[in-house]
Ligand binder design. Structure first.
Ligand SMILES: *Cc1c(COP(=O)(O)O)cnc(C)c1O
Length: 355
């Protein structure tokens, strides 16, 4: 991890702040462990999706600022109690938070203002800015820590024109809000691929997500990143099948020749999609790729290891990692690395190595 955040630092203009995205169990890597490392390395901000994720980090001893991107009004009391910093994206949410801050006898509460520059997910629009600025200033309940927006296609050359438009609109809207509020506010719009593909959009801070976990959608950038996580399991049993015998639920795979099948300890309950059944997915075993045979079960699946000599009980099986990029697995499952990483269930044990 320090390696990847270091290669990102090298891409940043001097003075640009860094927000580490640790939502969704830190993209499956373990919230506290990653947050703690980022805190140690002096990253400026953390961001989570939901208040619960922030509370968990605070309980575990994380003291640095944490932005909550999707705060529900029912979690505002927890947000205030644990000094979390909510993203505000609508007037309604702002007034609900104001009530909570007033009731708690607080002032100057840190918030982050989300602008919609074209993604059309969450955020204020240009026409909302004057009223927003008025509300933010009125009773001194809020202190705006940052103004931000999100790029809809920073990794995609076909969207570069759209990205530029988002950047221009963001520059304009954030300047208007900043001017009305009259104090310095951090501006940020770039995610991982924005950092290297659109250096002109770094503004005051960038939000590093998947890049920190060693994954990028461009081959050039990927080559500069180090593999961060490996998902491994082991062979539980090896079986010899005669032609005509079938494997797994529904007998969906039939041995055409004398075959060797390895039963492996991972299933769809661990986040290995059932879509990867019957040869779509492959795993790395004894230095070779073995296809999935039959349908994936909840806790196990079978690999066809007929062409791989000497597979034995207890052999290590690589699901993804250095030799089997998560991008490849994502392509086989018709998804993106984000979904694979965040879909690995909590029962899969995470082990950390420090260099
Ligand atoms: C998840 C997220 C990011 C990080 O995106 P990556 O592509 O993983 O770098 C940045 N900003 C927002 C608002 C997000 O939700």
């Amino acid at each position: 991890m320090p390696i990847t955040s270091r290669s990102t630092r090298a891409l940043l203009k001097p003075g640009t702040k860094l927000m580490g995205m640790v939502k969704a169990f830190s993209y499956g890597s373990g919230s506290f462990e990653i947050a703690n490392l980022l805190q140690f390395h002096g990253v400026d901000y953390l961001a989570v999706a939901y208040a619960d994720e922030g509370v968990e980090l605070r309980r575990a001893g994380i003291t640095m600022p944490i932005m909550v991107m999707n705060p529900e009004p029912s979690t505002f009391d927890a947000i205030l109690q644990w000094n979390l910093e909510p993203e505000i994206y609508s007037m309604h949410l702002l007034s609900q938070l104001e009530e909570e801050i007033r009731a708690a006898n607080k002032t100057n509460y840190p918030v982050h203002i989300k602008l919609d520059t074209g993604m059309h997910r969450l955020g204020f629009e240009k026409k909302d800015i004057p009223e927003l600025a008025r509300q933010l200033k009125e009773h001194g309940y809020f202190q705006v820590k940052s103004i931000f927006s999100h790029l809809a296609g920073s990794e995609d050359p076909k969207m570069d024109k759209f990205t530029k438009k988002q950047g221009d609109l963001f520059r304009e809207m954030s300047a208007e809000l900043q001017k009305s509020l009259g104090y310095p506010i951090i501006r940020h719009i770039s995610n991982s691929s924005g950092i290297h593909r659109h250096p002109d959009l770094q503004f005051d801070m960038v939000r590093l997500g998947i890049g920190m976990y060693g994954v990028d959608s461009s081959p050039e950038m990927q080559a500069k990143l180090k593999n961060v996580s490996t998902l491994k399991t082991t062979v539980a049993q090896v079986k010899k099948l005669a032609p005509g015998e079938t494997v797994g639920y529904g007998g969906k795979w039939t041995a055409k020749v004398p075959s060797v099948i390895a039963t492996v300890r991972i299933g769809y309950a661990d986040g290995y999609s059932r879509k990867l059944s019957n040869g779509r997915g492959k795993m790395f075993i004894r230095g070779k790729l073995a296809p999935v045979a039959g349908v994936i079960a909840m806790d196990m699946l079978m690999l066809d290891v007929t062409l791989i000599p000497d597979v034995k009980e207890g052999d290590v099986v690589i699901v993804f990692g250095e030799d089997l990029p998560v991008q490849l697995l994502a392509a086989w499952g018709e998804t993106i690395p984000y979904e694979i990483l965040t879909g690995i269930s909590q029962r899969v044990k995470r082990i950390y190595f420090q260099e």
